[in-house]
Structure formats: structure tokens, C-alpha cells
Design a binder for this molecule. Sequence first.
Ligand code: 5GP
Ligand code: ZN
Length: 116
Amino acid sequence: MENCIFCKIVRGEIPSTKIYEDDNVLVFKDLHPVSPVHVLIIPKVHFDNLHMMSTSCEGLEALNAIFQALPEIVRLVGLEEKGFRLINNCGVSAGQSVMHTHFHLIGGRSLGTKIV
Ligand code: 5GP
Ligand code: ZN
């Protein structure tokens, strides 16, 4: 997508601190971290949101690639033992501000028991 911030990051047009990359998945540090570890996991192919991904074959394949990579990503950010929270905001009312599907992987401090 021409004007999508995260597509621009995939294309290298906007700088990012990359943590992990393979053919289908890119992981980079969030610009405004909420915890000692806060990275964004995205499919390289543009999907507007998780609902759109999970209702298409191509999207499900991309989700599969993300979850296959997850153990390695968790290892790279040092959260194997500590644990982590994986968050997706789907749609504006859920707080999605960048309309390219992404998962927030956060951890490195006690996150409490409340989701919101
Ligand atoms: P959302 O609110 O859509 O779930 O999360 C979007 C996230 O993207 C936010 O946590 C925000 O800090 C991050 N973000 C927005 N623009 C950029 C950017 O240009 N680079 C990076 N690394 N993160 C960004
Ligand atoms: Zn995009």
C-alpha cells in the first residue's frame, strides 16, 4: 500500500529498529514503547486488520507464518522465561491507529492481571 507507514517500513522507506525478519514477517521496535520490551510483529504483505486477515486464505497463511516465527522472536527479545503479552487492536474502536495488521509483543516488567 502506497501510503501505509508499515508498508513503508517493510520497503525500507522509513527507518526502524529491526529485531527479526523472514520472507513473510517483520519485527521492529515500537516508536513509543510501553514496556522494556515492546516490538511490533507485522506481515510483510498489507492487510488492513486482523479480521480481514483471518477471513482470507492468504491472510491465514500470513498469520501462520507469524505464529511459526513467534518462538524465535520471543527468544530474540529475551522473554522466553519471563513471559509476554501479545496484543492486537482490530479496528478504530479497539484502538487501532495504523491500519496494517500488527501484534504488539510486550514484556520485561510486571504487566498486571488487567487487560484494559
Ligand atoms: P495501534 O494503536 O495501531 O495498535 O499501534 C500502532 C503502534 O505503532 C503504536 O504503538 C505506535 O507507537 C507505533 N508506531 C506508529 N508509527 C510508527 C513508526 O513510524 N515507527 C515505529 N517503529 N512505530 C510506530
Ligand atoms: Zn501496509
